[in-house]
Design a binder for this molecule. Structure first.
Ligand code: C2O
Ligand code: CU
Length: 479
């Protein structure tokens, strides 16, 4: 009887049939993230409490770390909303240090952007702040502090925000959110100091010894052979790049930072730099008893980052003994308007690392570190082409707050498939062009390298959008 109903459903509702779950029961328990209670009965409002506090977290069997957490977990809870929902977050700081919450990638009003001195006051110990905004774009986003970011993110403060569009047409029912990160701590569970290695540590970008997937080391997912799974991945590490290989099996990328892209692209290796997100379909093939390993391969993001690192096992996939599924290729598409480069204001952004002075290194944007920089300027509605030239010997994942951009090639043509990004890797000694339209939201917005040690070392700036009463000032504090 069930079989008959299934066949009928398949015949008459092909879309729905495509979205049937194929994964074995409990396939994703090894990766389950906590979800906060929604306190608001209105179906279009997600209202939650979120508390920053210290907690002991077990990241590997018997390995406890005294971490900085949201709600006592590492990572913080997975916040879920539907596109167009209003999200209200009652944030409380129970840490000794001041903090804030920045909603990475979300087109929030400036007051909700979480940057102290620029968009909101710091939230001090015992204080609260209510974040309240509409999530306008479907996609995977994430949240983290913007006070001493390298330290606070490295200590464990980050979580994912998944904004779903029930009508996105992807048709893969088995979906999991994967928060990649790392953490460093000693045998007593004490966190590695945020300034370890001094200036050299800053320049290298500090990586923790424990590679984490949803706060665990090397967890296991279960799969029916060949059945498609949708992985929503965010790299929340403060410095580590994830160059992912699934023993050569394909990743079909259907979306990036700002949601679905123009069309899917299939690749057998996947680079996810700090701050970036990818929406991928995998259909792992294999047999019961022979697990598949997702590994982070070596990637040269600068001097020594290959010599001093090793390949890491990230997660395992265990197969059921069920007969394999032959999955149809993913065909989801998104009509994104072709961006017009013509008429855009050109803005040069040059990233450098001059030789050490007095034993200290300092990254610079257009010749100055953040603490000597004046804001860039943009008019409301203006389209700008940022020509980001990396003259240093290190890669820099370049992140702009509050706005999506599109990647433009050196012939001023948009890179296809079209996609919306808020973070893009600018490899060493190369130039990346970004086209951004500053829409109706005025304010002073940050941009910075998402290797947070680099940001801390000077690689940050702001752009003043709109009339900008504060324009002309020079920054002092490091957000
Ligand atoms: Cu992930 Cu300034 O942000
Ligand atoms: Cu950098």
């Amino acid at each position: 009887m069930t079989m008959l109903i299934l066949i009928l459903v398949c015949l008459f509702m092909p879309e729905m049939a495509a979205a049937q779950s194929l994964a074995p029961a409990g396939w994703d328990v090894g990766l389950k993230l906590n979800e906060p209670a929604d306190l608001n009965p209105d179906p279009r409002i997600v209202e939650i409490n979120l508390t920053a506090k210290l907690a002991d977290v077990e990241v590997a069997p018997g390995k406890l770390v005294h971490a900085w957490t949201y709600d006592g977990g590492l990572p913080g809870p997975l916040i879920k909303a539907r596109v167009g929902d209003r999200l209200i977050v009652h944030f409380k700081n129970e840490l000794k240090e001041p903090t804030t919450v920045h909603w990475h990638g979300v087109r929030v009003p400036i007051e909700m952007d979480g940057v102290p001195d620029i968009s909101q006051p710091e939230v001090k110990q015992g204080e609260s702040f209510t974040y309240d905004f509409v999530v306008r774009d479907a996609g995977l986003y994430w949240y983290h502090p913007h006070v001493m970011s390298a330290a606070q993110v490295g200590f464990g403060l980050y979580g994912a925000l998944l904004v779903e569009d029930p009508d996105d047409g992807v048709g893969v029912a088995d979906q999991v959110t994967i928060v990649l990160s790392d953490i460093g701590f000693d045998a007593k569970g004490q966190l590695e100091p945020a300034d370890s290695g001094g200036s050299a540590g800053m320049v290298f970008g500090r990586e923790g010894d424990y590679v984490l997937v949803n706060g665990r080391t090397r967890p296991t997912l279960r799969a029916r052979p060949g059945a498609p799974q949708r992985w929503r991945i965010v790299n929340a590490a403060k410095s580590r790049f994830f160059y992912l290989d699934l023993e050569g099996q394909a990743f079909t990328v259907i979306g990036v930072d700002g949601g679905l892209q123009e069309r899917p692209v299939t690749n057998d290796i996947l680079l996810v730099t700090p701050g970036e997100r990818v929406d991928v379909i995998v259909a792992p093939k294999g047999k019961a008893g022979t697990p598949l390993t997702l590994r982070a391969m070596l990637y040269n993001r600068g001097y020594g980052s290959v010599q001093y690192r090793s390949v890491e096992d990230v997660l395992f996939i265990e197969f059921t003994a069920q007969p394999p599924v032959t999955a149809a290729p993913v065909r989801v598409s998104r009509a994104l308007p072709l961006p017009a480069v013509e008429g855009a204001t050109r803005v040069d952004v040059v990233l450098t690392l001059p030789p050490m002075e007095n034993g200290k290194s300092e990254f610079r944007v257009n010749g100055v570190p953040f603490w000597k920089a004046k804001p860039f300027q943009a008019k409301l509605g203006e389209t700008q082409l940022w020509i980001v030239r990396n003259d240093s010997d290190w890669d820099h994942p370049f992140h702009l707050h509050g706005y999506f951009f599109q990647i433009i090639d050196d012939k001023d043509q948009p890179v296809r498939p079209l996609a919306l990004k808020d973070t893009v890797n600018v490899p060493m000694k190369t130039t990346v062009r970004l086209l951004v339209t500053f829409d109706e939201r005025p304010g002073e917005w940050m941009f910075h390298c998402h290797i947070l040690d680099h940001a801390d070392g000077g690689l940050m700036g702001t752009v003043m959008v709109g009339d900008g009463k504060a324009s002309g000032h020079v920054h002092t504090k490091k957000p």
